[in-house]
Write a protein that binds this ligand. Structure first.
Ligand SMILES: Cc1cc2nc3c(=O)[nH]c(=O)nc-3n(C[C@H](O)[C@H](O)[C@H](O)COP(=O)(O)OP(=O)(O)OC[C@H]3O[C@@H](n4cnc5c(N)ncnc54)[C@H](O)[C@@H]3O)c2cc1C
Ligand code: FES
Ligand code: FES
Length: 473
């Protein structure tokens, strides 16, 4: 039995855990405000809020309901555009009207829900965050300027928000209906879901890959739902080591202060990874096991020299370096039913620098043509350790063992990088595909390699040093 609160109503359903939440909302609950557009997570028309109870408070985030397995809604508050309505237009709705931010209206429920999610979040009142909150919503009519205007006006209205009593403040100012105040207690009453099937056919995390690739199969399968599974969630710091549950999402990494302190550019890097709604449910384990050669988390965590802890249903555990996990195209060192329980890596110390770069056809909400990440240790101008990874240039997310090894012990100089770049190119033979030709990918790989060092060591590796090398190519 899957139990959750949909708007102001308790739902108890025996519908399949793998049915999409979107289909449940529209076809079973009869709520047609949530729109069905691309069904691939791209358009945001199906955006709903997901509220999760944590220490007596419900935290809301936006998700795409088309890629959310219904089973992941258990114990949560799901809010559609209908569930936001108050007696009058909410300030979000009013600002969309005032700025003529709706024309045909198909996208509008998604935008309203995303902006309401922004109002409920910790970034409420910040203008860049208001714009970023709708980065996963597409509108074919308005040209976005009017929606941008509404979002910015909303940020002004939210400057006074009382973050200590946000639900009370938002309901007093008609952003959300009063019933939101009753949700924490009602969610606490729901309790845990009945146990998983004894013999699951399929493991599913956030569903953002599987629900695109195999929606029909997911719907009829006995699912091991891992997104909220105890033991697979949460991030901890143990000394200098960070341990992330396999089900940690991309946005949860951003919420963990030691990580944003250690990687000040993390937010900029992750802006290039999917959209707010997808980052809210896309898990690390899902990214690794999907094994896309351009998986952004795979590339970043390869450079961080991450180690996986894998667990079998018997409880038997083993550890494996992420670089040894990817065997060949979509072939992994992973037994059937084996689960990625956690991912661990060391925080950079004062001699370490880390960088991530991604080139895609479109800046936002696009997969990479080529992406790359690197970690280097430099002491007294000598590279004492390096770990380099790149995607889109091999059948697997590629760890450059030879280049990384060769860099160790070399001075940080243009000559070193020029030679290292040659070795790097010898380690791969990219194929031409829809994301680019072989030569284009080699060019991107080269540029990203130099970009890493220009970004990390702007005093030493300058454009003057790098440009002659690139021109010679
Ligand atoms: C619109 C859109 C944009 C995207 N943009 C990007 C992008 O910019 N960059 C990028 O890298 N990816 C992107 N993705 C891909 C996807 O979001 C990520 O790969 C995500 O991390 C997958 O995680 P998930 O939990 O949703 O995986 P799921 O779909 O739940 O699962 C994927 C695979 O992992 C397995 N799995 C899940 N959890 C575990 C576990 N704990 N142990 C073992 N196996 C497990 C599943 O069985 C399945 O085989 C995008 C997807 C969409 C729909
Ligand atoms: S229908 Fe397009 S994102 Fe869900
Ligand atoms: S108003 Fe028509 S798609 Fe946005």
């Amino acid at each position: 039995m899957i139990t959750f609160i949909l708007n102001n109503h308790l739902i108890k359903t025996e519908a399949p855990a793998g049915m999409s939440l979107l289909n449940f909302i529209r076809n079973e609950a009869g709520l047609k405000g949530t729109k069905s557009g691309c069904k691939e997570g791209d358009c945001g028309a199906c955006t709903v809020l997901e509220g999760i109870l944590h220490k007596g408070k419900v935290n809301y985030k936006t998700i795409v309901s088309c890629l959310t397995p219904l089973g992941n809604a258990h114990g949560k508050h799901i809010v559609t555009v209908e569930g936001i309505n108050t007696d009058d237009l909410t300030p979000v709705q009013q600002e969309i009207v005032n700025s003529a931010g709706t024309q045909c209206g198909f996208c509008t429920p998604g935008f309203i829900v995303s902006l309401t999610g922004y109002s409920l979040g910790r970034q409420a009142g910040l203008k860049p965050a208001a714009i970023a909150s709708v980065a996963g919503n597409i509108c074919r009519c308005t040209g976005y300027k009017s929606i941008e205007k509404a979002a910015l006006k909303l940020a002004d209205l939210l400057k006074e928000k009382d973050f200590d009593h946000d639900i009370e403040w938002l309901s007093a100012h008609h952003f959300i209906p009063d019933y939101f105040k009753t949700i924490p207690q009602r969610l606490a009453d729901i309790g845990k879901r009945d146990s998983s099937p004894a013999q699951p056919d399929m493991i599913i995390g956030g569903g953002t890959d599987l629900m695109v690739q195999k929606p029909q199969l997911v719907k009829v399968s006995a699912l091991n739902l891992t997104l909220d599974k105890p033991g697979l969630t949460g991030i901890t710091q143990q000394g200098n080591t960070i341990v992330c549950g396999g089900s940690v999402t991309v946005n949860q990494l951003l919420d963990f202060e030691p990580l944003t302190a250690a990687f000040p550019k993390l937010k900029d890097w992750f802006k290039l990874v999917s959209s707010e709604q997808i980052r809210n449910t896309a898990t690390l384990a899902g990214n690794f096991v999907n094994a896309s050669p351009i998986g952004d988390m795979s590339i970043l965590f390869l450079a961080l020299e991450a180690t996986l802890t894998l667990v079998l249903p018997t409880g038997a555990k083993r550890k494996l370096l992420l670089k040894d996990f990817f065997l060949d195209y979509k072939k992994l060192d992973l037994a059937k039913d084996e689960i990625i329980e956690s991912v661990e890596f060391d925080l950079p110390d004062k001699h370490d620098s880390v960088n991530f770069e991604k080139v895609s056809k479109r800046l936002h909400l696009d997969i990479a043509s080529v992406n790359s990440a690197i970690k280097v240790t430099v002491e007294d101008n000598i590279i004492t350790h390096a770990s380099l990874a790149a995607g889109g240039i091999a059948p697997v997310p590629k760890y450059f063992s030879k280049t990384s090894e060769w860099l160790s012990g070399k001075p940080l100089s243009a000559q070193t990088l020029t030679k290292a770049e040659e070795i790097m190119q010898q380690e791969v033979s990219p194929i031409s595909d829809v994301r680019g030709s072989t030569s284009y990918k080699r060019l991107l790989l080269r540029q990203l390699f130099f970009a890493h060092f220009m970004e990390m060591f702007p005093q030493v590796i300058t454009a003057d040093v790098v440009l002659p090398v690139l021109k010679a190519y």
